[in-house]
Design a protein around this ligand. Sequence first.
Ligand code: HEC
Ligand code: HEC
Length: 162
Amino acid sequence: MMQSGFLKLSALSAFARFFVVYLFALPVWADGRLMPVQVLPVYKQECAACHMAYPPGMLPAASWQRIMLGLDKHYGSDASMAPEQVQQVSVWLKANAGTYKRVREEPPQDRITRSAWFARKHREVDSAVWKRVSVKSAAQCESCHTQAENGNFDEHQVRIPR
Ligand code: HEC
Ligand code: HEC
């Protein structure tokens, strides 16, 4: 009797662990909409000239919309593009924007790097690390996420440069 009760309990706890480890550890990318399989060519071409093509699922639609309306004064840069390209990219970003609850909030300055989930996921990264010349900025994801270009931010693919 005792034995089988214990077995049931440990099966239950393995189940609970699965939930905690896998389901809750997959906050934003759980909705599978981080980087769509089909990436709009104009987006790859125009929005990855100065930094990586960020997965649209990492910001809510309202943030992308503001970004697309202010490309001439884009974080201190001029990222203007032809009106028809702006239109195409805007529609695509809106369709693929983050909807998962942790991405729904509009972060300050519409920065992925100012999102609450971003801070949480990077709380173990020392503040001095972000300022390393080899890292350049938190916005340069691919400095540390070696597979970022493929939309893979898995912790096992992280290499922090010296
Ligand atoms: C001319 C260069 C340039 C182009 C082209 C460009 N960006 Fe940027 N973008 C920047 C710079 C510079 C920053 C600020 C990076 C930093 O803080 O280190 C930035 C930041 C961003 C951020 C915020 C990153 C963060 O901190 O989380 C987003 C989102 C973004 N860009 C989206 C886009 C989109 C969408 C396009 C295409 C429509 C685009 N960018 C095209 C230069 C550019
Ligand atoms: C200075 C290096 C560095 C930069 C730059 C960086 N990250 Fe990270 N990132 C990390 C580290 C370290 C972790 C935590 C890995 C772990 O949990 O062991 C992490 C974790 C993550 C995770 C969670 C992965 C998981 O499996 O739980 C996501 C998502 C992520 N980063 C996205 C980004 C995005 C998007 C950018 C750019 C806007 C970025 N990171 C920039 C170092 C970096």
